[in-house]
Design a protein around this ligand. Structure first.
Ligand code: SAM
Ligand code: SF4
Length: 464
């Protein structure tokens, strides 16, 4: 499998789309409402638009598309960093090999279980497990053992992790098969930048210096049977318009070659990190306005791909972009191994980067509930085998709304019963009552009411 990103092709797309015509943009906006996605040429035109009136139309359309496909729900997860040793030298990351001031840690299985219990006590059911790239300190054997440990760990009150997504260095097809056998959900990997020259500058040494090896990782994962894969670019390294087109070309190439596109796209923006020159002074900072625009354009270009936002962003920005197309968010995060259970102020010495949103999980849930979103801890599709192409078949005719809304309400009810603060519980119960009233089909309303009552009486883990 060869490198399929051609810089000149993306540059040409952006050059041709320079100074777009208003009518052309309005036509593309209309076309995006058909929910069939957009071609790179059309996406380039939207990205090159700066006219405030058209930007407003783009935001409104993205909001409408998000609502039609995903409704109000927001799926929550917690990242779990298990080790921060790394043999790479990414200029933007606190874990880079040359950062001699970082406290290096590789958690033992007991410590991982302790971390998982702390996360479960906040009510989380989904983990994103990560580590640096290191042959001995975070080997695949170690990582697989950590996954098993996390799945097996329960709290005194029955808290459990039901889905583990992973974000680790690319590997060979046989190793991806081992990862799949460990029962992972999505395999996530960010290309960081799709611009070759910037990529080389940012990754001077270590295995990650190989652009093509990273780019083709998702194809190998699919070949190994992992059919939920998540793409991402680290915004702030190069022109954001170029990166969005790189993501889109990556998504389309995957769909053409493997029969299924990416399950998710992540949109991380650079945050300050200890001794990481490119994070302290981002080469191509992305303004808040451009960030909102790029989220909206991605939503229109690949409507059925989930979009993930982390706690790198401030609460204000998070609130603004949720409506524009984000479907999954992290909450209550720590980026230092051991950060959940130890809770010390020394954490930044072992952290990958600083957080923009330091609210607790309960505070985040309270705030999003207040804005009318349904916090969801759902893991049903993955556990029922609705992944890859099967998920897309369900998603495309809008059926996913039906499943997701009900599962979101049921898992939110569990959260309210077991973990919520009194004020969040009160607000959450009001939201559930309103959602039940708004449920159009009497049959759905009846079954939902009955299931919510079963949860109230103590039954757990009901899903459809
Ligand atoms: N080491 C693996 C890798 O590089 O893919 C696993 C995940 S790494 C711990 C997670 C991601 O964090 C990286 O892909 C990068 O995009 C992001 N990251 C690193 N430094 C960052 C920073 N200063 N601000 C925001 N995100 C950062
Ligand atoms: Fe290592 Fe990943 Fe950080 Fe690069 S981004 S230094 S590979 S942990």
């Amino acid at each position: 499998m060869k490198d399929f990103i051609r810089d000149t092709e993306i540059e040409e797309l952006l050059r041709k789309a320079d100074s777009p015509d208003k009518k052309q943009i309005l036509d593309i906006i209309e076309k995006s409402k058909e929910l069939k996605g957009l071609a790179p040429e059309e996406t380039a035109l939207l990205l090159q638009t700066d006219d405030p009136e058209l930007i407003l139309a783009i935001s409104e359309t993205a909001r409408e598309i998000k609502q039609r496909i995903y409704g109000n729900r927001l799926v929550l997860f917690a990242p779990l960093y298990i080790a921060n040793y790394c043999s790479n030298n990414c200029l933007y990351c606190g874990f880079r090999k040359d950062n001699k001031e970082l406290s290096r840690v590789s958690l033992t299985m007991e410590q991982i279980a302790e971390e998982v219990r702390a996360i479960e006590r906040e009510g989380h059911k989904r983990l994103l497990m990560l580590c640096g790239e290191h042959l001995t300190r975070s080997s695949l054997d170690y990582f697989i053992e950590a996954i098993k440990t996390a799945y097996d760990t329960r709290t005194e009150r029955g808290g459990e992790i039901r889905r583990i997504n992973v974000e680790i260095a690319p590997m060979s097809v046989p190793d991806f098969k081992r990862l799949k056998a460990a029962n992972i959900g999505t395999y996530v990997l960010f290309q960081e930048t799709y611009h070759h020259k910037t990529y080389q500058t940012m990754h001077p040494t270590g295995p990650k210096a190989d652009f093509a090896r990273r780019l083709t990782a998702m194809h190998r994962a699919q070949e190994a049977g992992i059919n939920d894969v998540g793409l991402g670019a680290l915004f702030g390294l190069y022109d954001y318009r170029y990166e969005v087109l790189g993501l889109l070309i990556h998504a389309r190439t995957l769909e053409a070659d493997c029969g299924v596109g990416p399950h998710t796209i992540s949109v991380p923006r650079l945050e300050p990190a200890l001794n990481a020159p490119a994070a302290i002074k981002p080469p191509r900072p992305v303004s808040d306005e451009d960030f909102k625009k790029l989220v909206a354009v991605i939503r229109m270009a690949v409507p059925y791909t989930g979009m993930i936002l982390s706690t790198r962003e401030s609460p204000e920005i998070r609130t603004a972009v949720f409506e524009l197309g984000i479907s999954q968010i992290s909450a209550g995060s720590r980026t230092n191994p051991g950060g959940y259970s130890e809770n010390s102020s020394e954490g930044f010495r072992a952290a990958q980067f600083n957080l923009g949103d330091t609210r607790t999980t309960d505070e985040v849930i309270h705030d999003i509930t207040k804005k009318g979103h349904i916090p969801s801890f759902c893991t049903a599709c993955y556990r029922l085998g609705r992944t890859g192409g099967d998920f897309m078949d369900l998603a495309k005719p809008g059926l996913i709304q039906h499943f997701c809304r009900s599962n979101a309400m049921m898992t939110f009810k569990e959260y309210l019963m077991d973990y919520a603060s009194p004020r969040t519980r009160k607000l959450g119960e009001q939201l559930l009552t309103r959602l039940l009233e708004e449920t159009e089909k009497p049959e759905t309303r009846r079954t939902l009411t009955e299931r919510l009552e079963r949860i109230e009486k103590g039954e757990r883990d009901i899903f459809i």
